[in-house]
Write a protein that binds this ligand. Structure first.
Ligand code: SF4
Length: 949
């Protein structure tokens, strides 16, 4: 409960207040929805909610216009004209579901991999993933591959959890906060609340970002780095810290793999792997007895440097020795990276010395005894109050995995992980890689009318876990977990349509998408993707992707390309579950989950997608959704949330379990669980005891708590992996030294990307184009007031932005002869766009930028034909191709990080040429047919009148 006194802000405006969870961005704040005469009257923040504590942003309060948007779909639709025409006929739900079941059931029997199910910014992935697993297709993922999988994968593989949904800065105690590449859409309100706390305490905030908008504009120091070089900057900071011996040696020995011995046997299959004992435990060199012992041996004093001969004659060195040799190299000296990063040597040096000063001279202590996993009792929690946060700005590069790893290594080197004042894990994290599944989708994992033998997404421990056939070809349509992208923990949604169209690795029969605007702003090469969706097979006349089912609440551009449309409700009209099994909303000191529930009933013939999925699963008789007689187990999603158990006693929600609702984490299902959530403000929160709040990776009290809550069945402590043996295994395969061997065509790329220590390489598009012909970077930023294309049709939010311009640095404007209001061609290796520009000096001098996802296609989203969004607004996507420029041998790699398959949106290189003034941005697309409810959208929206149907 909030301790602050409450002021009555205004007279009651409603008959009733219903508490639920916002869905106007990914942050999932608690909201109070005021209802008057059965309609939504007003939305405000829930002051008791653990995420936002009453704070509400512009998007959140404009949810009312999202709910009443003219763009809402109003009934199931069956396509009657060609794809893209927008010609549909409304059909009944019975007809729509029968058709979907016919299509899906036939594919499931014949060849389940020909069914591809991908979801966009879906917040119910524990259900959608389970559905796909029980269906038995290997082809499922959500949107993480084109968002921030590099952050997630690097965080889990290094620390057991990374930024955002895995952890958060210790806003109340941190004294120096360093943020890399973050716009304002993820974790939006908590960051704003956090920054305001820093400001009021006088803590220092440094933002590293090519563009000085939003958070960067209120930072104490803005480092306007050149895109794609953050990793190099961080490595240079590490160089300085090592040189100055400003590292936390005790923490390295206790909590990281710095002392683990790495075999030095060049040219062999074990070179670079950890030396292990007979039980597989990694070895360290014990300095007193001068022999190798298992890591974690009580009383051992491991070496961090040296070169040692093991009993079997092999030679090994502590991984820290390799790390130190790597980063002490002069190529990481500030002077030597200044040119590439665009950051002056003295700025890098200053950043390193400030990090060291705060970490070691301003250390803090909380006098709470605690016990580590070795049974050692500690009198207090020592904190190094330097915290970091990063997001898509560093993630969406083809070197983003290694950049994120570098930041985590930096945190571990100074001992600033899950201690007071630093980055802190949010339960159920940290979770070591070993506690995650390996991916499933090999040929032997699925078959006709059978569930997949395990979850789709996970973490390969080495090349032996890749989802490839005996011929080395990918078994997934997006080529996730293949040699193309071995650790693609979130799949590669951005490659699905292109691969399915090319029949590479095979054709599919049915594509089922949810909330993913793949015909517009969620695809690279938008015009190309539209053509792929429209293309027909010359021989049969059928579409190359024969059938597409799409579910969305709104008439997005993608709707026009679907054959069958299943209209979703708005977020105020359905049940939803923000689950610890999916994407948690915990805080460092508390375990939290939440629900949405229908605070108003739909007034259209629409159904919540999750309930529709459960209905489909019942009709398809998918195991786990029907009983042994084939009778559906669940009435709808609400019923599933309450009664589904993933493991005995573990269900989608952790709160109010057990027959009496008094169990937490583990417990029998409780028929009143949703009622209890609603009474509690639509969320549940369980506080960690103080003894369990820090050093969760090695804290006995936390690990016991995690087992009690059901996160794990046995304690899962984490040793931070500064040196990644998993990466080294892939590297050995790429070097032709370890089975299975990587195909020749992939070796160079994998060897470069799979460095076991964070390494920097030039982003692949930049390395593949003529840098003189395309001398600049072009990136997007997410507006604070909009969340993807969703918000940019919202009547209230459109009063803030209705069009975007390209912001061009003053120096480039002067070179090209441009001024604010001029028009210019922006040209990449793939295409050109004509846009209006504005001069800006709040940006890196080699970088131009624009707001993302404001440009719309005419006819979509219920907007008028002359809407600025579709006339003057534009997408950068037209310049970005899903494939890199051809190499010398004609091969074209995916425009992704070679480790994770993360879409490399921000690697784009461009040039700029002055153009004739215009009134319409180019390319100008023909109007897409106005499918569904958008046909009758009013020309003007007034609160409480026309929109209030
Ligand atoms: S930050 Fe996101 S979830 Fe929170 S109120 Fe704003 S839009 Fe809603």
């Amino acid at each position: 409960m909030s301790p602050e006194p409450r002021l009555a802000l205004s007279k009651p405006v409603s008959d009733e207040v219903r508490k639920t969870t916002c869905y106007m961005c990914a942050c999932r704040c608690g909201i109070d929805v005021h209802i008057k005469d059965g309609k939504v009257r007003y939305i405000e923040g829930n002051r008791d909610h653990p995420v936002n504590k009453g704070v509400l942003c512009a998007k959140g309060s404009a949810g009312i216009m999202q709910h009443y948007a003219p763009a809402r779909l109003s009934s199931p639709l069956l396509r009657t004209g060609p794809r893209g025409s927008g010609e549909f006929k409304p059909i009944s739900w019975d007809e729509a579901l029968s058709l979907a079941v016919d299509w899906m059931g036939e594919v499931r029997t014949r060849d389940p991999k020909k069914f591809a199910f991908f979801t966009g910014r879906d917040q119910s992935q524990s259900l959608t993933g389970f559905f796909a697993q029980q269906f038995g297709t290997p082809n499922y993922a959500a949107h993480g591959g084109f968002c921030s999988v590099n952050m997630a994968a690097a965080g889990i593989m290094t620390l057991g959890g990374g930024f955002w949904e895995f952890g958060s800065p210790d806003w109340d105690r941190t004294k120096l906060f360093v943020m890399f590449g973050v716009a304002e859409d993820h974790d939006s309100n908590p960051i704003k609340i956090g920054i305001s706390k820093l400001k009021s305490r006088g803590a220092r905030f440094v933002s590293v970002n090519p563009v000085r908008t939003g958070y960067s504009s209120v930072a104490d120091s803005w480092i306007g780095i050149r895109p794609g070089t953050d990793g190099l900057l961080v490595m240079s900071v590490i160089h300085e810290l090592l040189k100055g011996r400003k590292i936390d040696v005790d923490s390295l020995v206790r909590y990281t793999n710095a002392p683990w011995l790495v075999i030095d046997a060049p040219g062999t299959a074990e070179h670079g792997l950890f030396a292990r004992d007979g039980e597989g435990k990694p070895l360290v060199w014990e300095t007193v007895t001068e022999r190798a012992v298992a890591a974690g041996t009580k009383g051992a004093r491991p070496a961090l440097s040296g070169r040692f001969e093991l009993e079997d004659g092999r030679v090994a060195v502590p991984s820290f020795q390799l790390l130190a040799e790597r980063y002490l190299d002069e190529r990481y000296a500030p002077e030597n990276v200044a040119g590439e990063t665009g950051v002056a040597a003295e700025v890098i040096r200053g950043l390193a010395s400030e990090i060291a000063r705060v970490a070691f001279e301003e250390a803090i202590e909380i006098l709470q005894p605690w016990t580590d996993m070795n049974g050692e009792r500690h009198p207090s929690f020592v904190g190094r109050p330097v915290s970091f946060h990063a997001m898509r700005g560093i993630s969406a590069h083809s070197n983003g995995f290694q950049t994120a790893r570098a930041i985590h290594v930096l945190q571990a080197l100074i001992g600033a992980v899950d201690c007071p004042g630093a980055f802190r894990f949010e339960p159920p994290y940290p979770k070591p890689v070993e506690a995650h599944p390996t991916p499933h989708g090999k040929a032997e994992h699925f078959g006709s009318n059978k569930p997949l033998s395990g979850p789709h997404l996970g973490f390969p421990r080495g090349p032996e876990d890749l989802l490839i056939g005996p011929d080395g070809n990918p078994t997934r349509i997006d080529k996730a977990f293949s040699w193309d992208a071995p650790i693609s923990a979130h799949g590669l949604m951005h490659m699905v349509i292109a691969n399915a169209h090319a029949g590479d690795p095979y054709k599919i029969d049915l594509l089922f998408l949810y909330m993913a605007n793949m015909a517009w702003n969620s695809s690279m090469n938008t015009a190309g993707v539209i053509k792929m969706l429209e293309d027909r097979d010359e021989a049969t006349g059928e579409y190359v992707i024969p059938r597409i089912i799409y579910s969305d609440a709104y008439a997005s551009e993608m709707v026009a390309y679907a054959d069958l449309v299943l209209p979703d409700t708005t977020y105020l009209e359905r049940h939803d579950c923000i689950s610890l099994l999916g994407r948690p909303i915990s805080e460092p000191d508390s375990v939290n989950d939440a629900i949405r529930w229908p605070v108003v009933e739909p007034d259209r013939d629409v159904r919540g997608f999750q309930s529709v999925l459960i209905d489909l699963a019942g009709r398809l008789k998918l195991p786990g959704f029907v009983d042994h007689r084939g009778v559906p187990l669940y009435k709808d999603f609400a019923d599933y949330i309450v009664r589904h158990e993933r493991r005995p006693g573990i269900g989608p929600l952790a709160g109010f379990r057990g027959a009496g609702g008094d169990r937490v984490g583990r417990g029998a299902s409780n028929p009143d669980q949703l009622k209890r959530y609603i009474e509690n403000g639509a969320f549940f929160s369980a506080h960690l005891p103080l003894e369990a709040q820090f050093y969760k990776h090695a804290n006995r009290a936390y690990q016991d708590f995690a087992v009690k809550m059901g996160f794990f069945d046995t304690p899962q402590p984490v040793t931070f992996q500064l040196y990644s043996e998993i990466c080294q295994k892939f590297r050995l395969s790429a070097q032709g030294l370890r089975e299975p061997l990587a195909p020749e065509t992939h070796r160079e790329r994998l060897e470069m990307a799979f460095d076991p220590l964070p390494a920097w390489y030039r982003p692949l598009e930049e390395a593949g184009v003529d840098r003189e012909a395309y001398p600049y970077h072009a990136v997007t930023q997410r507006p604070m007031s909009m969340y993807h294309s969703w918000g940019s049709m919202n009547a209230w939010l459109r009063q803030i932005h209705t069009r975007n311009v390209m912001y061009v640095p003053g120096a480039i404007c002067d070179d090209v002869g441009l001024a604010t209001g001029d028009w210019a061609w922006i040209i990449s290796h793939h295409g050109r766009i004509k846009v209006e520009i504005a001069r800006s000096d709040a940006v890196n001098r080699d970088t131009m930028w624009t707001w993302n996802a404001i440009g719309k296609r005419k006819g979509a989203w219920g907007l008028a034909k002359d809407a600025p969004e579709s006339n003057r607004g534009f997408l950068l996507n037209h310049l970005i191709h899903e494939l890199l420029p051809p190499k010398g041998d004609g091969m074209r790699w995916s425009n992704s990080d070679p480790v994770t398959g993360q879409a490399a949106w921000y690697d784009l290189r461009v040039r700029i040429e002055k153009a004739e003034p215009d009134q319409v941005s180019r390319p100008a697309f023909a109007s897409v047919g106005r499918a569904g409810a958008a046909n009758d959208s009013p020309s003007e929206l007034r609160y409480g009148q026309e929109w209030d149907r």
